[in-house]
Write a protein that binds this ligand. Structure first.
Ligand code: 15L
Length: 269
């Protein structure tokens, strides 16, 4: 494979992890964000552009080997804002990739596409267990992202891998994250697997570490070649000492989307 991997939203939390980790796995990176990339690494290309700008995205995708699309609003916001940044943005990225002849796109979906799913009492949840159950406008935009990915895979033959990311953070920040954590090194491993898997077609996989308390079945992600190394359980002692055991009667712990399912998460408009 030739050409760099275009990473959108490269200045963000996950983008910053990938800018370091992908080159270590042999992927040159072209980093795109609406803000200037601070301290580009040797060999890193940088682009300042908005993913909803189709002309800019045409130039940014030219010659790329693949696209990893992270850009967008990463939490709840008003419907117009989410629609523009996340839904129009994803469609613009996929269309630019198609026109540029880029054959593979990895999309940063989210557990919030299914956030109203009840926390499982037993057995892990599969990607295809039941309907989408978005918990917010943001969650709806991730369902739309997956639908757009499916369209571009079926209609134009792109390989599109959607990662339903849990809580991507250096360490699990809350008791909920004992189930949902995706460590930085597993983030790199998962994206690397999504880029490398031979002819995946359209896939939706959970993006979490090998958490002892995890809710999600990693069989599909592992079938791409993902081998998670980390387990949030290493942080359980400290988190439980500080916050107590997660209480299933607490609304934050009753559904997989956590606080995103609470009434106060209602965005205006
Ligand atoms: C997400 O999709 C969000 O982008 C992030 O801010 C976290 O809230 C995460 O999910 C999570 O569920 O912990």
């Amino acid at each position: 494979m030739t050409g760099p991997v275009l990473v959108t939203g490269a200045a963000g939390r996950i983008g910053t992890v990938l800018r370091e980790g992908l080159p270590e796995r042999g992927w040159p990176v072209r980093s795109l964000d609406v803000v200037e990339i601070a301290e580009p690494r040797p060999g890193e290309e940088t682009v300042v552009a908005d993913v909803t700008d189709s002309a800019a995205m045409s130039s940014a995708t030219a010659g790329a080997a693949a696209v990893v699309h992270l850009a967008g609003i990463s939490g709840e916001s008003t419907w117009p804002a989410v629609l523009h940044a996340n839904v129009d943005g994803t469609r613009t990225v996929l269309e630019a990739a198609r026109r540029a002849g880029v054959r593979r796109v990895v999309l940063a979906s989210s557990n919030h596409a299914t956030g109203y799913t009840g926390r499982p009492a037993s057995g892990p949840l599969r990607e295809d267990d039941g309907l989408a159950r978005p918990d917010t406008h943001y969650g709806v935009s991730k369902v739309a992202m997956e639908a757009l990915g499916s369209l571009y895979a079926d209609r134009y033959g792109l390989d599109v891998v959607c990662l339903r990311i849990g809580t991507a953070a250096p360490e699990p920040p809350t008791p909920r994250a004992l189930a949902t954590w995706l460590s930085p090194r597993d983030t790199v491993a998962l994206v690397d697997a999504a880029l490398r898997a031979p002819s995946p077609g359209f896939r939706v996989v959970w993006g979490v570490s090998a958490n002892t308390r995890g809710w999600w079945d990693l069989t599909a992600a592992r079938s791409l070649g993902y081998e998670p190394q980390d387990d949030a359980e290493a942080y359980a002692g400290a988190l439980v000492a500080a916050h107590g055991e997660p209480d299933p009667a607490d609304p934050v712990h009753a559904r997989v989307g956590g606080e995103f399912t609470l009434p106060e998460y209602d965005a205006e408009e």
